[in-house]
Design a protein around this ligand. Structure first.
Ligand SMILES: *[C@@H]1O[C@H](CO)[C@@H](O)[C@H](O)[C@H]1NC(C)=O
Ligand SMILES: *[C@@H]1O[C@H](CO)[C@@H](O)[C@H](O)[C@H]1NC(C)=O
Ligand SMILES: *[C@@H]1O[C@H](CO)[C@@H](O)[C@H](O)[C@H]1NC(C)=O
Length: 229
């Protein structure tokens, strides 16, 4: 097994009250006019009890307007009818098409580490024990990226393994903004290094499409994925 790596989860952390996917809230405006999930109402609520804890569904609906990782870009059509009965086919057949690095996603260990990629460390190899369990939601200082100084100021206790970082991105509703915006807040290289050196965190969740600030896009990922340099 290659070097240990952190699991990077990209999502929006909702918190005020009990936000659901379809329901609007200050942190999660929801999706007007769309019922984003199929299934019975109690499932669509997006809140479940698990082992005495609370599960809040803060995933984003995959839809054409979802921002993509480039200035001004959107995801575009995700589903299309490949075969259509309306057009004379004997059946309807839909095709799904999107990049894996869209919406609420987890970075694969090989995303920015060629050795991990070559070793076949894809998302299936991630430890479910790391991915599941209680998480701490922290608000980062709004006037900075997640630097070493910002990390230090958060005073995240030792022993905490999963942290969702809510940042200026949520205030700016960047995940609801049509078109990608590269001025999002994320980890700088020194912020990533501070986290690796001083905390027990194994899972990081952030509220935009990349865990690393655009200015430190590769270097901060490299720290998290532990490429020996
Ligand atoms: C059905 O046929 C029309 C006319 O050829 C075409 O414009 C449309 O894209 C087709 N739709 C599907 C789902 O195949
Ligand atoms: C097949 O797709 C068409 C176009 O979306 C839809 O109107 C029709 O209801 C579908 N048929 C079935 C059997 O689902
Ligand atoms: C965070 O860094 C990006 C560059 O990656 C920059 O555009 C943005 O203004 C910074 N945000 C803050 C709050 O410092």
């Amino acid at each position: 097994m290659a070097a240990a790596h952190l699991v990077l989860l990209l999502l929006v952390a909702g918190s005020h009250g009990f936000p659901t996917v379809a329901e609007a809230s200050e942190a999660h405006p929801g999706y007007a006019g769309t019922d984003t999930c199929e299934g019975p109402a109690e499932v669509r609520m997006g809140i479940e009890e698990y082992g005495g804890g609370r599960i809040v569904d803060i995933t984003h609906a995959y839809q054409p307007d979802l921002p993509a990782f480039a200035s001004g870009e959107v995801t575009g059509p995700v589903v299309r009818l490949k075969e259509s009965m309306a057009n004379g086919s004997l059946y309807n057949l839909s095709e799904l098409r999107m990049e894996c690095h869209r919406g609420t996603h987890v970075d694969a260990p090989g995303h920015i580490n060629q050795d991990h990629f070559a070793a076949g460390l894809d998302v299936d190899t991630l430890d479910l024990e790391v991915l599941n369990g209680p998480a701490l939601l922290v608000d980062t200082p709004r006037n900075t990226n997640i630097t070493a100084k910002a990390m230090e100021s958060l005073r995240i206790p030792k022993g905490v393994r999963r942290v969702l970082f809510r940042t200026l991105n949520t205030d700016r509703k960047l995940m609801w903004k049509k078109g990608g915006d590269l001025s999002y807040v994320g980890f700088t290289e020194d912020g990533a290094q501070w986290l690796v050196d001083n905390t027990d965190i194994k899972l990081i969740g952030v509220d935009y499409l990349s865990v690393a600030a655009y200015s430190d896009l590769i270097s901060a990922h490299v720290v998290f994925f532990r490429i020996p340099v």
